[in-house]
Design a binder for this molecule. Structure first.
Ligand code: HEM
Length: 444
């Protein structure tokens, strides 16, 4: 991929390409003094990593990549009162948490409110670079900022690298961007540039000119209850038609249907009964499906993929006629927290915090992350026009009770009440400006 017309040296690198994510530290800060913050920012801007830098040869790249974004309260603190045209951004995520379905009591106090003014994202492959980049930030910004929270996210070890904590390969399906993506993969959605970048064609909201080539970053801190998830899928293990599955295989079958993909990434729509790691690893095939099949009815058939499955709820493909180019966002999260310990796994109980530092980029929060969460994942009768009620999305869908049908292919009308395995514990809506706007607007 490379840009045809976009100023790639001006667009923060995590948005389209993604920074190296073996290690990704999120440094959330409060601004204490606007004037000295602006002075420091002016000198720091050259360190911010652009898309062009991420696409340049590795030999010319820095040791670590840094991006940054601001909350609405952060912009206000800097004296920027422009209306960015996004209601949820203006109010902040805490004010929206109940609408998203969160229990406020689960929110960490740091995120409860509008105290977080901004975030640095540092991506690299060695802990020592995280340390040195953080000390550079702290010496540059000095007492103009205070750290409020720090999340040291990291790819999981060994063969689990790239997999989230439940064990499923992540980062497979993101939309291609018109005007940027040169190699569109089979099955990949193509969205107008302005679905991701503010003020580009496809972004239908009038925003201040300086928002051009910035994006809204929805950040969510999700705790994942992995031993509890494993136990529940074992307790509810399902069978294949030939009744040949062990309990563990039946649990894997159930969890694959909850996601719509097997742990390897193979979509259940293409490999309904068994995992197929070769398919999962093949970018030419692992996204090339749309849930429709000749000779089966899209309105009633859940034999290959439940209507409520994570990837079907969050990207409904043929359920919406393959026509939706609006409700897309680019995902760029990283897991945080340790591997499950033997005592956690033997007691089926989480005792150490682990989960996903979830990031989605879009030009319009209400059309992107928020639409996927509220209108799709949390809405029992989505996708529409089915012969049955699909139910709540079983991984991240919120509601009570969390009920879904269609998970057992042999008994599709069997209803499940699914415990909550993903707990939102905080988050914020940020705006990630273009690199020139950092200087000309944020630091001005
Ligand atoms: C896809 C995990 C939260 C939106 C996926 C995939 C996995 C996954 C394993 C399949 C791999 C891929 O297609 O790249 C998780 C976990 C979450 C989480 C463990 C929470 C702890 C969310 C949330 C949203 C979301 C909150 C939006 C509200 C999506 C989308 C896709 C996806 C849009 C791609 C669907 C497609 O294009 O086929 N997620 N996810 N995810 N997820 Fe999540």
């Amino acid at each position: 991929t490379n840009g045809t017309f976009l100023p790639l040296q001006n667009i923060q690198g995590d948005i389209f390409v993604g920074m190296k994510k073996q290690l990704e530290t999120f440094y959330f800060f409060h601004i204490n003094d606007a004037t000295s913050f602006k002075t420091a920012l002016k000198s720091y801007v050259p360190t911010i990593t652009s898309t062009a830098t991420l696409l340049s040869p590795a030999s010319s790249q820095p040791l670590a990549f840094v991006n940054m974004a601001f909350s609405s309260s952060g912009l206000k603190e800097l004296g920027i009162t422009d209306n960015l045209g996004d209601q949820q951004f203006s109010s902040g995520m805490y004010a929206d948490a109940t609408n998203l379905g969160d229990s406020l009591s689960n929110w960490k106090s740091t995120y409860a409110g509008t105290n977080i003014h901004g975030v640095f994202l540092i991506g690299t492959d060695q802990t020592s670079y995280i340390t040195s980049y953080l000390s550079d930030i702290e010496s540059t910004f000095g007492s103009s900022i205070t750290q409020l929270d720090r999340i040291d996210a990291a790819a999981r070890p060994g063969s689990e690298a790239g997999h989230e904590h439940f064990g499923f390969l992540d980062g497979i399906s993101n939309p291609a961007i018109s005007g940027f993506s040169m190699n569109v993969l089979p099955g990949q959605a193509i969205v107008p540039t302005g679905i991701i970048l503010a003020s580009r064609p496809g972004d239908l909201t009038i925003r201040p000119p300086w928002t051009l080539d910035g994006t809204f970053m929805a950040f969510r801190r999700f705790q994942q209850k992995v031993p509890e998830f494993n136990k529940w899928t074992l307790d509810n293990a399902i069978q294949n038609e030939a009744k040949t599955l062990t309990v563990q295989q039946g649990a894997d079958y159930l969890s694959a249907r909850m996601f719509g993909r097997w742990k390897s990434g193979a979509p259940t729509d293409l490999s309904p009964e068994v995992d197929d790691p070769t398919l999962g690893a093949d970018p030419q095939r692992n996204n090339n499906f749309d849930f429709s099949h000749l000779g089966s009815l899209l309105i009633s058939d859940q034999s290959k993929c439940p209507f409520s499955a994570h990837i079907r709820k969050t990207n409904p493909r043929a359920d919406l006629g393959d026509l939706n180019t609006i409700n897309h966002a680019i995902r760029a999260g990283t897991p945080y927290g340790p591997e499950v310990s033997s005592s956690e796994s033997s007691s089926n109980t989480t005792t150490q915090d682990r989960g996903l530092a979830f990031v989605e980029y879009q030009s319009n929060i209400g059309n992107g992350f928020r639409f996927q969460q509220i209108n799709w994942a949390n809405t029992a009768n989505f996708p529409p026009l089915k012969t049955v009620t699909p139910g709540i999305e079983p991984i991240v869908g919120q509601g009570s009770p969390r009920t879904a049908e269609g998970l057992d292919p042999a008994n599709q009308s069997k209803g499940y009440t699914i415990p909550q395995f993903v707990i939102p514990t905080g988050g914020e809506y940020f705006f990630m400006p273009s690199i020139s706007a950092l200087t000309s607007k944020i630091a001005a």
